[in-house]
Design a protein around this ligand. Structure first.
Ligand code: 5GP
Ligand code: ZN
Length: 139
């Protein structure tokens, strides 16, 4: 399993830096985010070092993501939140700061401080089909 000795999440996964641990197995680790967007904000990471999701082998992604449903339920029950966002940032432009894949589980409640700008657009005729075809070709 690849590790980066300069990566903060690799060091947490290796037990070199402490964390408030929620779940651990041979492939994945979940722990509380040190700078929570809401109380109970959890991070789920693979133990291997992959900078972004597109670089992950599907087996490593599956071994991590199999925990997501149970984690989502546990975070909701533990915090009593009404909803939950799962967020995964890839690349600096997408607000990724720690360059080791991680999924945020962010508890949500009415009137909380976490806001999205969600500028939904509209496709001109044919453009959605063209983009679907291009994306299919790159799978
Ligand atoms: P990103 O913006 O890369 O998606 O989010 C990185 C997250 O990692 C941030 O929410 C930040 O608070 C969290 N984080 C960074 N360093 C540490 C750390 O040493 N321990 C823990 N528990 N969380 C960290
Ligand atoms: Zn790492």
């Amino acid at each position: 399993m690849e590790q980066d000795p300069n990566c903060i999440f690799c060091r947490i996964a290796a037990g070199q830096i402490p964390c408030a641990k929620v779940l651990e197995d041979e492939a994945a680790l979940a722990f509380l985010d040190i700078g929570p967007l809401a109380e109970g904000h959890v991070l789920l990471i693979p133990k291997g070092h992959y900078q972004t999701l597109d670089r992950m082998p599907p087996e490593a992604a599956a071994a991590m993501l199999r925990h997501l449903p149970a984690l989502a339920k546990a975070v909701q029950t533990a915090t009593g939140c009404q909803g939950l966002n799962v967020l995964q940032n890839n690349g600096r432009v997408a607000h990724q700061v720690v360059m080791h894949v991680h999924f945020h589980l962010i508890p949500r409640n009415p009137g909380d401080e976490f806001h999205f700008n969600w500028p939904a657009g509209k496709y001109p005729p044919g453009r959605a089909e063209e983009l679907a075809r291009l994306t299919r070709q790159n799978l």
